[in-house]
Design a protein around this ligand. Structure first.
Ligand SMILES: [Zn+2]
Length: 132
């Protein structure tokens, strides 16, 4: 099984994954389809709010993980390489990821969330400085 894990989220939603575990968690995090993105249910023949995501149902023999270190610079619309530090554990227990996002969302390390928020704030400050 090959997994390509984004280090930063595609649409500039501010997620900065500083570890492999965090990148996996955000990869498995479902998207809520609502508003203009509502899901067309074939049974009800109407648009409904829905969760869209993926779940690992069986642990593969071999997992190959690549870190997607590219993101889009919204000022230049150029692909830029993300050089953020990403830590990874010596042993990755896939069992933690087999129950879908519900099973892992509480495992996000407070420290990492805090780090991501600090980074986001720094980015916001940088952008504010640019605008002035
Ligand atoms: Zn339905």
């Amino acid at each position: 099984m090959d997994i390509s894990l984004p280090i930063r989220n595609e649409f500039g939603t501010g997620v900065v994954n500083s570890s492999l575990e965090m990148a996996l968690e955000n990869y498995l995090k479902p998207d809520l389809l609502e508003g203009a993105n509502q899901y067309e249910c074939s049974k009800c023949e109407t648009k409904v709010d829905a969760m869209k995501g993926l779940k690992l149902t069986a642990a593969p023999q071999i997992v190959s993980v690549s870190l997607n270190r590219f993101t889009l610079d919204y000022e230049t619309f150029q692909r830029v390489k993300v050089t953020d530090r990403v830590s990874f554990p010596e042993v990755l227990n896939l069992n933690d990821y087999m129950q879908g996002y519900e099973g892992i969302k509480d495992k996000l390390y407070d420290k990492e969330v805090e780090r991501a928020q600090q980074f986001q704030q720094a980015e916001v400050n940088k952008n504010l400085e640019k605008e002035q």
